[in-house]
Design a protein around this ligand. Structure first.
Ligand code: SF4
Ligand code: SF4
Length: 225
């Protein structure tokens, strides 16, 4: 059965509170019991505690599948990129290196790549993926476009990302401030990574206050080892 087309997956990084509930819920999935297929990343460890959940973005043209020498990664007709097929995967790690979002992982003990498949056993019958059922702040939201627009009127979904000359369109959407959503050519990820880290540090107060200067400073600059 295919995933109902009107149901989409939205990630809202600004709402993540780092509680790890999604990671724990993922371990309980029947298809990969005990191992989480998702993880949290710190956006700027050392300057901020802000985290973001990392799930497979389900690229329309998945680079992981394109570089797989064993043709082990299949994409379903409704656009869900599956974990590697056990009989085919040779655990070479090409997909790990190729994925622009840092998603696949090779499990040495099992000699296979495993990754998030958007809980296809659940989402294909209209149920939420495990992570979205437990996220207390709805940083992971599975529902309709109308629902997310109603819930987040100041944000807009984005699913086009630019990595240098390559533009990737994904099934999963990231919520960004509505004012930044007008760019039809997608989010320039490479450009954002090249900016000075300080300019991306979240502000905790009005500019110019003592607390604000503390965020801009390197918190470790006075520590000598
Ligand atoms: S690790 Fe497995 S799925 Fe990934 S590229 Fe190699 S053979 Fe393909
Ligand atoms: S996000 Fe990575 S693992 Fe997922 S489909 Fe795209 S290239 Fe493959």
């Amino acid at each position: 059965m295919a995933k109902p087309d009107h149901l989409q997956f939205f990630i809202d990084p600004g709402r993540c509170i780092g509680c790890q509930a999604c990671v724990q819920a993922c371990t309980e999935c029947d298809t990969h019991r005990g191992t989480s297929m998702i993880h949290l990343e710190f956006i700027e460890r050392g300057r901020s505690v802000q985290t973001v959940p990392v799930v497979c973005m389900h690229c329309e043209q998945p680079t992981c599948a394109e570089v797989c020498p064993a043709d082990a990664i299949k994409r379903t007709g409704d656009g869900i990129v599956q974990s590697a097929r056990k009989p085919r995967c040779i655990a070479c790690g090409n997909c790990v290196l190729a994925c622009p979002f840092g998603v696949p992982e090779v499990y040495e003990d099992r000699q296979i790549m495993m990754k998030c498949d958007m809980c296809y056993d659940r989402t294909s019958v209209g149920k939420k993926p495990m992570c979205a059922t437990v996220c207390p702040s709805q940083a992971l939201f599975f529902g309709t476009l109308e629902q997310i627009e109603q819930l987040r009127p100041r944000s807009a979904p984005l699913n086009r990302f630019r990595f240098g000359a390559q533009t990737i369109t994904t099934r999963v959407h990231i919520m960004i401030p509505r004012g930044d959503a007008g760019r039809g050519d997608g989010l320039d990820v490479s450009g954002a990574l090249q900016k000075h880290p300080g300019s991306r540090a979240p502000r905790t107060s009005q500019p110019g206050t003592v607390a604000d200067r503390a965020v801009e400073q390197d918190p470790f600059e006075e520590i000598s080892l």
